[in-house]
Design a protein around this ligand. Sequence first.
Ligand SMILES: C[S@@+](CC[C@H](N)C(=O)[O-])C[C@H]1O[C@@H](n2cnc3c(N)ncnc32)[C@H](O)[C@@H]1O
Ligand code: SF4
Length: 426
Amino acid sequence: MQLRKEAIISLHPDIVHRSEPFGGVLFNLETKAFHPVNEPGYRLIQLLDTHPSVGQLESKIQEWYTSALSQPIAEAQAEDICTMFLDELHHRQLIQGYPQEDEVRPPNPSTTASPLPAHLKLKAPLVVSLSTLFTCNLFCTHCYVGSTSEIRPDNFTVEELCQILTRLKELEVFDVVITGGEPLLLKGIFEVLQHAKSLGLYICLNTNGTIVTPRIAQRLRDIGVDCVKVSIDSANAAVHDRFRGQVGAFRRSMRGIAHLVRAGVRTDIHTVLSVESTGSEQDIDAMVTLAESLGVRKVHFGRLFSTGRGEDQQKIAQAHLLRLIDYLEELKMRNPLIGRTPSKSMPCVPSIPSYDGCGGCARGVYAYISYNGGVYPCTNLYKSEWLLGNLREQDFTGIWEHSPVLADLRTRLSTVSTSMGEAFHD
Ligand SMILES: C[S@@+](CC[C@H](N)C(=O)[O-])C[C@H]1O[C@@H](n2cnc3c(N)ncnc32)[C@H](O)[C@@H]1O
Ligand code: SF4
């Protein structure tokens, strides 16, 4: 294919990137897909930040190769390398402006995320879930935190939360999920969110939505929170209320979502697939219809994991769950409202029977910080045996680099094959 030399290429607006010891990593804030690249590739990625034309890219490639090989390379060779590079980025949905409009080809879904080889370590997680508060106004049957109405004396202070956010920014974490408990119950939550946004962090707030008023919605909008994700587990009010442990929760969450949408806050829904919430194709259809009627941007579906009160929950049988995931993946091709769906390849680790993760922790993709400073590899692994360290005693990097628990987990998981190339988190 002949590229137009004057065509301007840039990274897709959802793509962010940072350098890594092996080169760099790109991350899609919308899909949470990530892509490791080697050093020469990362130099080209950085060049894309300057919105170069194809001609300028080709010249740069010719210049770099000539200097690396200590002998000139032909213009045609530089053009071929450039085409290969742009082709790959286009197929991974990382760039815009290529190919030219009249040549648009559909992206190849199988290459939209790239697993991180086991020998490559990220310098810091891509996504961090930060639990701001243990306390909650609901009592969900599945809650991995085990939240109740209790106020825990060892809960983070607002000052501590702001310090942690500053550190996460220094570590170039791409995506911070503000969670709980119910984060909107935290006195000072707006100060925390304001601080995060003043640092330029991408912030998603997870909430049950029951206490969102028009004023709160407007505040979130003014602060510039990037996304508010409201948990709705069934389109059937009675089922949702039973799952969430409170009569009227569904009605209040619906009202909360309406306030958010009206205020112009990007609002998504998160639904847990389980026997007692959304567990069939019909339930999924009903949830999608509900989401459409509410005007939210996306509806995400997650699987139930066996942590906290989730341990006692009946799980959907594996074969049925795989069918539901197939169903969701097919729906997703037709309906852009469907956001993230569970991965089909959950590794089973015989040497760690209690392991209930997706394999991402082996690559250092996520971290979960509990309301009292505990650092865990993931929300799914929020159990005392997976505690890596505490931020009140140690800096994040010290924990991430030197925790023997994490080192052992990574070693054991390095033998497990996973197609993991996505990082999403609650
Ligand atoms: C712990 S809650 C905290 C934020 C807020 N209270 C809420 O409910 O959205 C964050 C998300 O985790 C989900 N969650 C809780 N326990 C879970 C479990 N055992 N398995 C899967 N998801 C779970 C909730 O449904 C919710 O979407
Ligand atoms: S899932 Fe959220 S709303 Fe439900 S009890 Fe846990 S923290 Fe509260």
